[in-house]
Design a protein around this ligand. Structure first.
Ligand code: ARG
Length: 423
């Protein structure tokens, strides 16, 4: 190993890792910092990389690409890990991995490195993605191979080498941020019974203290958000607006005990104001514009995509093909959704679309009803046929064709019942 490209956040761990890699392996270290929004880019990161001994520092603004190519496909699919987590951290990893590989190639480096620990998902995501793109690269994770220093030891290590120390105060949590979400774990959060302390949250106000409810209208084209309250916005700005608005109303707090890929259950607190609003709105618009069969099938695709992304398999053929299906299914998911942000909740209060499948003349119970009530009788006759045959042959309520087929306990005799006769 001669030259290594390190994914560099500019925090204490990765700053120490620059010096540690040089000393341990006698290598040249190039750092790569990827700005993914949400406060992920720390000021002065290049200078700190130099102070730690890097020979060159790359800083890449990937915000727009992150939203367009990673976040939007998952919003279109409605992909949430275990139905809950919008995958902010997981979605960033393949993008960072790809940039590591490309910088390594430009620099003629033979290895890449990242600051993940040996028991999380991120190490898997980085290693697997890097090797899918370039199997010849070595991947080093200093925290996995002996760098494990306490915070105080890291500070001493940095001071002894003249490494600029980031001036953030010690957080009791381990945090990852990008514009799609903030992930916060460890410390007191490790007891899943303990209610998250106020300091676990940074992006959202306590819902109890939020101002009066507001409404916001999100416009979509082909399953992709394009406007807020009628104003067309670029992807990053759109997400940032909803981030601020949602956060101010306490929207997007998620408390999740999740199953890591490495087999551990872990408790994570997420703050995802924009993702929460957009996923709800998107789902409501799908409900208006897609058939029930497509809606049902999309749930399967959503779960599958979420799992693959969570497990670091972004660059697999299955992931790509499911994204392809998902994008195609979104052709007609265009229109507007009215969301009400009310003390921590984001609820859909209205939706409309030029491609809506909702037909008021069919749905109405008022005048103008175009639905043929009489033909419902024939429909039900045919629809119910298999059940009637099955009940007749195998027994259902109140029938005993041998004890084995008696599934249903009598109800009337076992429930308190009042019977009144006319006097
Ligand atoms: N559990 C999430 C995931 O695996 C987020 C991990 C982020 N890291 C953190 N230090 N909170 O995608």
């Amino acid at each position: 190993m001669k030259k290594v490209v390190l994914a560099y956040s500019g925090g204490l761990d990765t700053s120490v890792a620059v010096a540690w890699l040089r000393e341990q392996y006698d290598v040249e270290v190039v750092t790569l910092t990827v700005d993914l929004g949400g406060g992920s880019l720390r000021a002065g990161v290049e200078g700190r990389a130099m102070s730690a001994g890097a020979s060159r520092a790359y800083v890449v603004d990937a915000k727009d690409r992150f939203v367009r190519s990673f976040v939007w496909p998952h919003l279109q699919a409605g992909a949430l890990y275990q139905g809950v987590y919008p995958l902010a951290t997981a979605l960033a990893r393949p993008l960072i991995a790809q940039l590591l590989v490309e910088v390594a190639s430009r620099e003629g480096a033979d290895a890449v490195a990242h600051g993940s620990t040996g028991k999380g998902n991120d190490q898997v995501r980085f290693d697997v993605a890097v090797h899918a793109l370039d199997p010849s690269l070595e991947v080093v994770a200093p925290l996995r191979v002996g760098m494990g220093l306490s915070r105080d030891q890291e500070i001493d290590y940095a001071i002894a080498r003249g490494i600029e120390i980031p001036i953030t105060k010690a957080s009791p949590y381990s945090i990852d941020v990008n514009l799609w979400g903030r992930s916060c774990e460890t410390g007191v959060l490790e007891d899943p019974w303990t209610s998250p302390p106020a300091d676990a949250y940074e992006w959202t106000v306590d819902p109890a203290t939020a101002p009066a409810a507001v409404e916001v209208i999100v416009g979509f084209e082909g399953g992709i958000p394009v406007s807020i309250d009628g104003e067309r916005l670029e992807p990053v700005e759109l997400v940032e607006r909803l981030h601020v608005l949602g956060g101010a109303h306490g929207v997007g707090r998620i408390d999740h005990v999740e199953d890591r890929l490495v087999g551990i259950k872990s408790r994570e607190i997420y703050e995802t104001p924009a993702a929460t609003i957009l996923h709800r709105a998107h789902r409501a618009l799908e409900g208006l514009t897609l058939t029930k069969d497509t809606l049902r099938f999309n749930r399967i695709v959503a779960d599958e995509l979420a799992q693959l992304t969570y497990d670091g398999l972004w660059f697999s053929a299955l992931h790509r093909d499911l994204r392809g299906y998902s994008a195609s299914s979104q052709r007609v998911v265009s229109g507007e959704v009215r969301m009400k942000l009310d003390h921590g909740s984001a609820v859909v209060v209205g939706r409309r679309s030029p491609l809506s499948l909702y037909d008021k003349n069919l749905a109405t119970y008022d005048e103008g009803d175009a639905f043929d009530h009489a033909s419902a009788v024939g429909f039900i006759e045919i629809f119910g046929l298999p059940l009637r045959v099955e009940a007749a042959r195998h027994g259902a309520v109140g029938r005993h064709h041998g004890a084995a087929w008696t599934w249903t306990e009598p109800l009337l005799e076992s429930l308190p019942t009042t019977v009144v006769d006319r006097p």
